[in-house]
Design a protein around this ligand. Structure first.
Ligand SMILES: Cc1cc2nc3c(=O)[nH]c(=O)nc-3n(C[C@H](O)[C@H](O)[C@H](O)COP(=O)(O)OP(=O)(O)OC[C@H]3O[C@@H](n4cnc5c(N)ncnc54)[C@H](O)[C@@H]3O)c2cc1C
Length: 299
């Protein structure tokens, strides 16, 4: 198992309960650790992410079939016997009959001064994760084109003061502008210089040409990229992001199989739906079950 976030822990639990000897190697960089809490995961709503992962690790430790180890898988390759070998960044090598890839994704958002320190709290990518917490504030949406229009109109569920900020991209069409205005959404197309506010809070967006707009939180378009070349190196197909979903995902079938015998992928790294903790838990469970079935079938 590569990765022990929601997907990897869920796959590990399924494999442990199927009595499959499982080594979980995890670099400990779960993507939502930047956020104060988890929104929208049944049974764990508004719980701190670190608490969720700690509880998952305790559940797994109760099974004798699982070894969890901190570390990073640097390389992977096929063995002549049909299995796999991986090399960790500390140089150690491990062999496995099957691999579940659950490494999460690199969430890339626009690089603007003031963004990093607010990422996960007043700057967010998913209204279903964070919208509740920032409800009724004046909200900005930093995006353009069809994604920006969709994001801004959708965000009206959480506030009636929404402004689409295109950061000078010039990509909005007249028809899109009209739809936004008709929907009660403000449009500001000025280039942005920085975000401002105390600590992780956001008070305003400051424009490059001077002036600012009061904004209490900002939804930003985010593109998810693979964190390493591991999936491709092992023969999996990686799909280019499209405009609406924007995820460079590992291609899998409905049972999380990559098409490479013995290689499965789950969580953000293999998602074809908007990424979430719930989706990661579900796909991890499927990947674990698929791997167990594959092992029983002789992969
Ligand atoms: C800021 C932020 C806030 C979010 N808030 C919410 C929310 O409130 N509600 C919600 O439903 N969703 C939320 N999400 C989305 C949610 O966090 C993800 O969908 C979910 O964490 C994906 O789980 P995962 O197991 O696929 O990946 P991750 O949780 O990212 O875990 C992957 C793990 O694999 C490790 N890893 C990566 N590469 C290697 C390697 N080569 N070797 C070993 N280990 C490796 C990583 O270090 C990490 O520990 C948020 C995302 C972000 C970025």
């Amino acid at each position: 198992m590569v990765g022990a976030g929601a997907a990897g822990l869920s796959a590990g639990l399924t494999l442990a309960r199927a009595r499959r000897t499982t080594l979980i190697i995890d670099a400990g960089q779960q993507s939502n650790l930047a956020a104060p809490d988890i929104g929208g995961l049944l049974g764990h709503d508004r719980q701190a992410p670190a608490r969720f992962y700690a509880a998952g690790r305790v559940e797994l430790a109760a099974y004798p079939y699982v070894e969890s180890r901190p570390g990073e898988v640097a390389r992977g390759e096929h063995e002549d016997d049909g299995g796999f070998a991986v090399t960790l960044s500390d140089g150690r090598r491990e062999r496995a009959r099957s691999i579940v890839l659950a490494p999460g994704m690199d969430y890339r958002y626009p690089r603007l001064p003031g963004m990093d320190e607010r990422w996960g709290s007043s700057v967010f990518h998913c209204p279903f994760c964070r919208g509740w917490e920032v409800s009724d504030r004046p909200l900005g949406v930093l995006a353009d084109g069809a994604v920006g229009v969709h994001g801004a109109l959708n965000l009206r569920a959480w506030s009636d003061r929404i402004t689409l900020l295109t950061n000078g991209s010039g990509k909005l069409t007249d028809e899109q502008r009209e739809r936004l205005v008709a929907g009660g959404v403000g449009v500001d197309e000025r280039p942005i210089a920085a975000l401002d506010g105390p600590g992780a809070e956001l008070r305003s967006v400051v424009f490059a040409g001077g002036g600012e707009l009061a904004v209490g939180a900002l939804l930003v378009k985010t593109v998810l990229h693979q964190r390493s070349s591991l999936a491709g190196d092992l023969g999996a197909t990686v799909i280019e992001p499209d405009e609406m979903l924007s995820v460079e995902a590992i291609k899998v079938d409905a049972m999380q199989r990559t098409g490479v015998p013995g290689l499965y992928a789950a969580g953000d790294a293999a998602t074809s739906v908007p990424p979430s903790m719930a989706a990661a838990v579900a796909s991890g469970h499927l990947a674990g079950a698929s791997a167990a079935v594959g092992l029983a079938a002789g992969y």
